[in-house]
Design a protein. Sequence first.
Length: 286
Amino acid sequence: MLDNRRYFETLHSGYGQYFDIDTILFEQKTEQWHLIIFENATFGRVMALDGIIQTTERDEFIYHEMLTHVPLLAHGQAKRVLIIGGGDGGMLREVVKHTSLESITMVEIDNAVVEMCKTYLPNHSNGAYDDPRVNLVIDDGARFVNTTDERFDVIISDCTDPVGPGEVLFRSEFYQGCQRCLKPGGVIVAQNGVAFMQPDEVTTTYQRLGHYVEHCTFYAAAIPTYIGGVMTFAWGSDNKTLHQLSIDVITERFNRANLATRYYTPAIHQASFALPRYLVDALATV
């Protein structure tokens, strides 16, 4: 919500944050949505949709590194990756750093989002769309996973919060589709909101995703833009050991991949699966 050159986030009732708007770079209002990209002195370029902050230049690397390198290094032998959403290009930027990958498919529902972010958030993708391994598919993510003949080692769901167009990517039908196109021993990860403020997202995902994978859990990272506690990431696999790798194994894979990161480390990877008690207790009631 705009008020006097400030953008007030309205994701949570009775609690929120605001960003000073130095310069509006892009704004689009329709009967269905309000999208804005603006400059902020502290966080750089900020993109917001319908009162919810989507991404900022200042701290996006935390989110994108954790949703990418944790599953890929845990898997260890991934060759084919599927990204659902991620139109800003940040996830793709991190995925293409893995030179051992042979194929990267990205499914985004609207090509206009991709082109807009290339223009106004170029540092997010940083040329990743030019990688010859990348196949950009313009389609609904839920439809794609339920109809494709392809199979993937790692699936990354980079979806918005479960309101509006992003709601379908939190439904059982989506997770069922992911399960059908996930190779044996594969991993699916998905952003799952700030658990302290959005506990229902975590417990609902645990019920729905857990129905289609042998093992479902969560890992977490603190991302300043997403206020209210740690952000959780859903994890699903039929291999129950992948989230419990030793620090030595993770470090060896990280060094072999020769990744340049700003947040991710093997120690953070391992520690991220240690969940706060309030989240453990919530999952125990499901």
